[in-house]
Design a protein around this ligand. Structure first.
Ligand code: CA2
Length: 145
């Protein structure tokens, strides 16, 4: 059976490419997902890509990845990065399943509130500022490449 990586996107990430192209680029969410799926395929894995504006969905899906024995999780939690202790607890709870946090923009160079990540301390890595390639880089981290 093909190995699976779960690729999660949090609130508003379905809007990339539509607004704020200076920060998030001009590629649509649909095209971004297509690129991630193709890159996963090249690596012999399936990217199971999901997006939600609801925190609980992200928690349910992370737990699902754990129980269904995915290879790992790539997650851009969007603004929940900076607010959610529940997401941080979840990353901790599903250890040792590798979770890699991705941000399209370089959050270290943005507003102070974006420089805080509650889950990053429990993640295998945090990748920020690499644009959409950050998702591919994150899959490689999970695959040990
Ligand atoms: O840089 C990232 O990937 C972020 O996770 C994106 C989040 C933001 O809240 C984080 O601080 C950094 C925002 C998601 C996209 O929001 C949009 C807002 C307007 C137009 C298009 C997207």
């Amino acid at each position: 059976m093909t190995k699976k990586i779960m690729v999660l996107n949090g609130p508003n990430l379905n809007m990339v490419g539509i607004r704020e192209p200076g920060i998030y680029g001009s590629t649509s969410y649909k095209d971004m997902i297509e690129m991630i799926r193709k890159e996963a395929e090249k690596r012999g894995v399936e990217a199971d890509c999901r997006q939600s504006n609801h925190e609980g969905d992200l928690l349910d899906w992370m737990q699902e990845a754990y129980f269904q024995k995915y290879e790992g999780i790539v997650i851009n939690p969007g603004a929940y990065t900076h607010t959610s202790i529940a997401l941080a607890d979840c990353v901790k709870a599903i250890a040792p399943l590798p979770v890699v946090e991705v941000h399209i923009s370089d959050i270290s160079k943005r507003e102070k509130f974006r420089q805080v990540s509650y889950e990053a301390p429990y993640c295998k890595a945090q990748i920020a500022g690499e644009g959409l390639q950050g998702y591919v880089h994150a899959m490689d981290v999970i695959l040990g490449k």
